[in-house]
Design a protein. Structure first.
Length: 284
């Protein structure tokens, strides 16, 4: 089969490659090798291999995509606005017509997506990069899988000050068994297990993302909150976000393969629009 659409999403931590041949979708998460934008795209095209062909349509977003030339190695490149890509990609992945799309990658961006439009609402500098950076400092590892396993084995309540401990009972919508201060017990104690520290760290990041998302959705007049980005690959993050949803009676939607939703959005843009001259290889 020959690739009809190729999408490259250049993130700070990972570069995501998605391509379609027929109805089959191929997805690859690649470590960002700190190459130039052009070299990142070349690396992705090399991975497509024999499926690469003269009629393929190539779309790029993320990172320094604006610095890319309009034509690379004879292939036209369509530069897709990242907020539009993640907004539409989130809707396509979730099968919805509108919603707040929360892209939790290295940092976190939140977009109000309605139909074919997407508008940046807010975001947070807290995201997967925060997990990796603090885990490297506190736990001595920046391996996502190890952090996730440690957090799932730990008890964040042993690192956090709980509402019951702070005020003796519930506060508003927060029950007594909710946490009041992230990592607050680290002030007085130092004898924590790596597992409990990991659980507390993951809870901190997940709660920041979830609470901002709820407020942003309310401000934008949107009910559905769609979670995408590779930070959502961590089961420990998913569980803590779901717990916030329970506290505030809000549900979060996480589509299959959340980390590739932005690249899928690039493909959706290419499918929706027709570009003058097409997106094809220029014969020398």
């Amino acid at each position: 089969m020959k690739a009809k659409f190729i999408a490259v999403d250049m993130g700070t931590t990972n570069t995501d490659l998605v391509w379609l041949d027929g109805d089959e979708m191929h997805m690859h998460k690649l470590e960002n090798l700190r190459l130039s934008a052009a070299e990142q795209v070349r690396h992705c095209l090399n991975l497509v291999g024999d499926a690469l062909n003269a009629d393929v349509r190539i779309g790029v977003t993320g990172g320094h995509y604006r610095a890319l030339p309009p034509v690379l190695d004879g292939f036209h490149l369509l530069k897709v606005d990242e907020m539009r890509a993640l907004g539409l990609g989130g809707l396509v992945a979730a099968g919805l017509e509108e919603g707040l799309v929360v892209s939790a990658g290295t940092g976190t961006a939140m977009v109000a997506a309605r139909g074919t439009s997407a508008q940046h609402v807010t975001g947070s500098a807290v995201g997967g990069g925060t997990v990796l950076g603090l885990a490297n400092l506190i736990l001595g590892t920046a391996d996502y899988d190890e952090i996730d396993a440690l957090a799932l084995a730990g008890d964040a309540n042993l690192a956090d000050i709980m509402v019951s401990e702070a005020v003796g009972g519930e506060v508003g919508k927060l029950p007594a068994n909710a946490n009041a201060v992230n990592l607050g017990k680290l002030i007085d104690r130092k004898d924590f297990t790596r597992e409990d520290l990991a659980a507390g760290l993951v809870r901190l990041v997940a709660q920041v993302i979830a609470v901002i998302a709820i407020n942003a959705a309310n401000a934008a007049g949107l009910h559905d909150i769609i979670l995408i980005g590779h930070t959502m690959d961590l089961v420990s993050i998913q569980k803590e976000i779901a717990l916030v949803g329970e506290f505030y009676q809000r549900s979060f939607i996480m589509p299959e393969h959340p980390g590739f939703a932005t690249a899928r959005g690039v493909i959706d843009v290419m499918k929706r629009e027709t570009y003058h001259g097409g997106l094809h290889r220029i014969d020398s």
